[in-house]
Design a protein around this ligand. Structure first.
Ligand SMILES: [Zn+2]
Length: 294
C-alpha cells in the first residue's frame, strides 16, 4: 500500500479541499485503511504540526489517531486542525494488530457543523462532559453504535437547548445502559424488595442500586436519593424519550437525577468527571459566554 502523504481536510469554509502535507511515516508495515464516521472526544497537541485525536467512531468505537502535519499552515490559509466535538467522515490508516498502535488520520471531511453548541458555554460544557465520560468509560476498538447515535442526538439537541440538564441526564442514562452499568432503580439491591413509599431512600454505586431504609445501615458507600428524581429515571427507561419529556420536571429534580447518575459514573471512572463542577454551576440556566480555547 502506498504511504499516504497528505491529511486531506474538508471543512465548511467554502474554499474546498485543503491538503496538508503529512510528515514522513515512521513505519511501512501491515496497514489497513478503514472508513468511518465519528466525533472528536479529545484532542492533544502532539507537536508543532501534529495533533493526536481520540475519536468516537460509529462502527469501530473509540479510536486514537494522529493527524501528522495537520496544523501546518500553507501559503493560502492557516491550518486549523480538527476541533473538539467536531463530527466528520474519516479515513484511517491502521497498523495490524490495530490495538497496538495509533491509527493515522489520512482524510477528514467535516459533517454537521454543530454551530449552536459553541454559542453558549453551558451547551459546550455539557458536550465536553459527555465526551469526557464517553472517553473514560469505553474501550478502544469496542464498537457501540447505539451509544454513538445517542451522543450525536445529544449534541444536536444541545445546539438549540435553553437548559442542558435534561439532555445530559438522557445521555447519562444511554451511556450507563450501553456499557452495561445501569443500576437497579426498582428494588433494594440487598433484600430485593420494593422500597416503601415513604422515608429515606439510598443509592449505592458499589452495590449497583437502591438500598431501602431497612438495609442501608449495613453499607457505608451510599447517598440519599430524591424520590421525585427516581420517578423521572424510571419514566425515561420505560417510555420513549418524547413521552418521558411531556411531563417536564423542575430544575431541582433534574439536577438531583444528574447528581445521582454522575455519582455512579464517577465510581465507574474511578474519579469525578472534570466537567461535572462546571456543569453544576451552569445547569438549567443560559448564560452568554465567550468561547474558551479548547
Ligand atoms: Zn432492603
Amino acid at each position: 500500500m502506498p504511504t499516504p502523504r497528505y491529511v486531506i481536510l474538508h471543512h465548511h469554509t467554502g474554499d474546498g479541499e485543503h491538503r496538508v502535507k503529512a510528515l514522513p511515516r515512521p513505519y511501512y508495515g501491515d496497514m489497513a485503511l478503514i472508513q468511518d464516521t465519528g466525533v472528536t472526544l479529545r484532542r492533544l497537541d502532539f507537536s508543532e504540526t501534529s495533533q493526536v485525536m481520540v475519536f468516537f467512531t460509529r462502527a469501530h468505537g473509540k479510536v486514537r489517531a494522529i493527524g501528522k502535519g495537520i496544523k501546518r499552515s500553507t501559503k493560502t490559509r492557516f491550518a486549523v486542525g480538527i476541533d473538539l466535538l467536531e463530527v466528520g467522515e474519516m479515513v484511517l490508516s491502521v497498523r495490524q494488530p490495530r490495538q497496538e498502535a495509533l491509527a493515522t488520520l489520512t482524510e477528514w471531511k467535516q459533517g454537521r457543523a454543530l454551530a449552536g453548541l459553541r454559542e453558549k458555554l453551558p451547551r459546550l460544557y455539557a458536550g465536553q462532559y459527555a465526551s469526557e465520560i464517553t472517553a473514560a468509560l469505553t474501550e478502544d476498538w469496542d464498537p457501540h453504535p447505539d451509544l454513538y447515535d445517542g451522543l450525536l442526538n445529544l449534541l444536536d439537541e444541545l445546539c438549540g437547548a435553553d437548559a442542558v440538564a435534561e439532555p445530559i441526564v438522557g445521555y447519562q442514562c444511554v451511556l450507563l445502559q450501553q456499557i452495561g452499568s445501569w443500576p437497579e432503580f426498582e428494588v433494594c439491591v440487598a433484600c430485593r424488595r420494593t422500597p416503601s413509599a415513604h422515608g429515606d431512600l439510598y443509592f449505592s454505586s458499589l452495590e449497583g442500586g437502591l438500598l431501602c431504609r431497612d438495609c442501608e445501615s449495613g453499607f457505608t458507600e451510599k447517598r440519599l436519593v430524591d424520590r421525585r428524581g427516581l420517578a423521572m429515571i424510571r419514566s425515561r427507561i420505560t417510555s420513549s424519550t418524547a413521552v418521558a419529556r411531556e411531563g417536564r420536571q423542575s430544575d431541582a429534580v433534574v439536577e438531583g437525577v444528574f447528581d445521582v447518575l454522575n455519582y455512579h459514573i464517577a465510581h465507574q471512572m474511578g474519579r469525578e468527571p472534570l466537567l461535572a463542577s462546571k456543569l453544576a454551576r451552569g445547569k438549567g440556566h443560559t448564560h452568554e459566554g465567550t468561547e474558551p480555547r479548547l
